[in-house]
Write a protein that binds this ligand. Structure first.
Ligand SMILES: CC(C)(COP(=O)(O)OP(=O)(O)OC[C@H]1O[C@@H](n2cnc3c(N)ncnc32)[C@H](O)[C@@H]1OP(=O)(O)O)[C@@H](O)C(=O)NCCC(=O)NCCS
Length: 176
């Protein structure tokens, strides 16, 4: 059984290996295979994100970590920085459970939305988030913060026409 729980500082050291394993999925897409060899988020950065109080891990029966979602509060939104599930545990509902937990937390905090940047056409990226009600932002809908993130990604070699910003609007009066 998998449990979703808030990440603790001592979890940080396990997260780069999960990101590495998750990223192996990109080897199946020739032009994005290089992403699997890219740098992972550092343990220090994970510690800082965890300290922000908006990171969750998926743990098995022995509390071995198999996935995580790290996010931070940016203005009126929860911004998802990373969502990764070990390659051999993908497709089992763990990513869904992590995302649902983060969205529920954003609602509980009374935030107006959840944002992220991702690949438009990779099946486990934008189409995955669309299933949860996220929509791709276009033109003027992309605020300065998200535009700056997309700009940084292009500087790091990501193809700008394939990246997008997405947002899930939350009903502040929502009952969940
Ligand atoms: C994205 C990711 C976290 C999803 O986690 P997961 O545990 O595999 O996803 P789930 O099993 O919860 O699947 C949720 C939905 O996404 C769909 N999905 C997940 N992986 C998919 C894939 N490889 N191809 C097509 N659809 C996929 C599933 O069909 C499922 O929908 P359904 O329940 O209607 O069938 C995982 O694939 C991953 O770590 N990928 C590599 C890293 C990455 O790209 N992270 C996102 C960065 S923005």
């Amino acid at each position: 059984m998998i449990t979703i729980r808030p990440a603790r500082s001592e979890d940080a050291k396990a997260l780069p290996a999960i990101e590495q394993s998750a990223g192996e999925a990109f080897r199946t897409i020739a032009e994005l295979a290089w992403l699997a060899d890219g740098d992972n988020v550092s343990v220090e950065r994970h510690r800082a994100l965890i300290a922000g109080g908006a990171c969750w891990v998926a743990a098995d029966e022995e509390d071995r970590l198999v996935g995580f979602l790290s996010a931070g509060i940016e203005g009126d939104a929860l911004h998802i920085c990373e969502l990764d599930v070990d390659l051999d545990r993908q497709g089992q509902g763990i990513g869904r459970a992590l995302l649902e937990r983060a969205v529920a937390d954003a609602r509980r905090r009374g935030l107006a939305g959840v944002t992220l940047t991702t690949f438009r056409a990779v099946p486990w990226n934008a189409p995955f988030y669309r299933k949860f009600g996220f929509r791709v932002l276009e033109g003027a809908e992309i605020d300065e913060r998200l535009a700056s993130l997309l700009g940084d990604e292009v500087e790091h070699g990501m193809p700008s026409d394939q990246r997008c910003a997405m947002r899930l609007d939350l009903n502040r009066a929502g009952t969940r």
